[in-house]
Write a protein that binds this ligand. Structure first.
Ligand SMILES: [Zn+2]
Length: 258
C-alpha cells in the first residue's frame, strides 16, 4: 500500500493529459468483460486527478473513474521521450513483455503497468463501498472501531487487520510488522484485546506506517530480519513462529508477542 501511494504520486504528474489509447492483456483485464472494454472506455478521457483507497489506485477523469491494482509484484512506470521515468522498489527487474496494461497520453507519455506475476489489474468504476477507510489517514477513533468487537471474540487480530472492508491498505507484511512492534500475538482474538493492547496497537500502527513510508516500502520492516523458517527475533533472539493466519503466512516472535 505504501508503494501504491508512491505510484499515485507518480501518476499525478499526468493530471491534465488526455488518453489517446489504452491497452491491456487478458490477465490485467480479468475484472473487466475484456481487454477491449478497457481500450474502448479509456480512449478520449482527460485525467483530472488521482486518489487511492488502500491498495487500489484511482485515476479520476472527466468520465469514468479508473482503478489499478498492483498485486504483489506490480509497479507503475511512466515512459516519456527521455525513457522510463518510474519508481522501482526492491529487487525488481524490467522486461518489456511484463508490461500488462497501459495508457498513452496526447503528449506522448505512457503510463505502464509492469508485473512479472500477472496479479495486477485494471478496473473501470471500481466498487469503493467494499473498502474500509484508508490506512494512511486512519484516525484514532476509526482505528479503535476496527479493533473493537461488540459481540463474541471476533477474528484473530491479524485477520482483522487484513480485512480490507474494515481498513483498506494493510497487507500481510504491514500486518506482521504492526503486531511485532506492538508485542501482540497475531492469534489473539480481536474481542479479547485489552484497552492497553488496543492503545499499543494504534501507536504501533501509526509508527509502522510512518517509518516504512520513510524507508520506502512495506518489505522494509524490523521483523523482516527474522522472517524465514528458523529465523530469530531481531529484538530478543527468541525463535520466530510461523503459521497461516487470516489466509496468509504469518511470522511472530515466540517471546515478546503475547
Ligand atoms: Zn521478540
Amino acid at each position: 500500500m505504501l508503494e501504491v501511494e508512491s505510484y499515485r504520486q507518480l501518476a499525478n504528474r499526468l493530471v491534465g493529459a488526455t488518453i489517446t489509447k489504452g491497452w491491456s492483456d487478458a490477465y490485467a483485464a480479468k475484472k473487466l468483460l475484456s481487454s477491449a472494454q478497457w481500450a474502448r472506455t479509456v480512449r478520449g478521457l482527460t485525467i483530472t486527478g488521482t486518489d487511492r483507497r488502500g491498495k487500489l489506485m484511482l485515476i479520476e477523469t472527466n468520465g469514468v473513474r479508473l482503478g489499478m491494482r498492483f498485486g504483489m509484484t506490480g509497479v507503475l512506470l511512466i515512459d516519456s521521450e527521455v525513457g522510463i521515468d518510474g519508481l522501482f522498489y526492491g529487487p525488481h527487474s524490467f522486461r518489456a513483455d511484463w508490461i500488462r496494461a497501459g495508457l498513452e497520453l496526447g503528449d506522448g507519455r505512457r503510463l505502464l503497468l509492469h508485473d512479472p506475476r500477472r496479479l495486477a489489474r485494471v478496473e473501470i468504476d471500481p466498487n469503493l463501498s467494499e473498502l474500509g477507510p484508508d490506512a494512511l489517514s486512519l484516525t484514532r477513533e476509526e482505528f479503535l472501531r476496527v479493533v473493537t468487537i461488540s459481540r463474541g471474540e471476533g477474528p484473530a487480530i491479524k485477520a482483522r487487520l487484513l480485512d480490507q472492508s474494515a481498513v483498506a491498505g494493510v497487507g500481510n507484511l504491514l500486518g506482521d510488522e504492526i503486531l511485532f512492534r506492538a508485542g501482540i500475538d497475531p492469534r489473539t482474538p480481536t474481542g479479547r484485546l485489552s484497552a492497553d493492547q488496543r492503545a499499543a496497537l494504534f501507536a504501533s500502527f501509526t509508527q509502522t506506517m510512518r517509518t516504512l513510508k520513510r524507508r520506502g516500502g512495506s518489505h522494509l520492516g524490523d521483523h523482516m530480519a527474522g522472517r524465514f523458517p528458523g529465523g530469530l527475533c531481531p529484538r530478543d533472539a527468541a525463535p520466530m513462529r510461523v503459521n497461516i493466519i487470516g489466509g496468509r503466512t504469518t511470522y511472530w516472535c515466540s517471546l515478546h508477542q503475547k
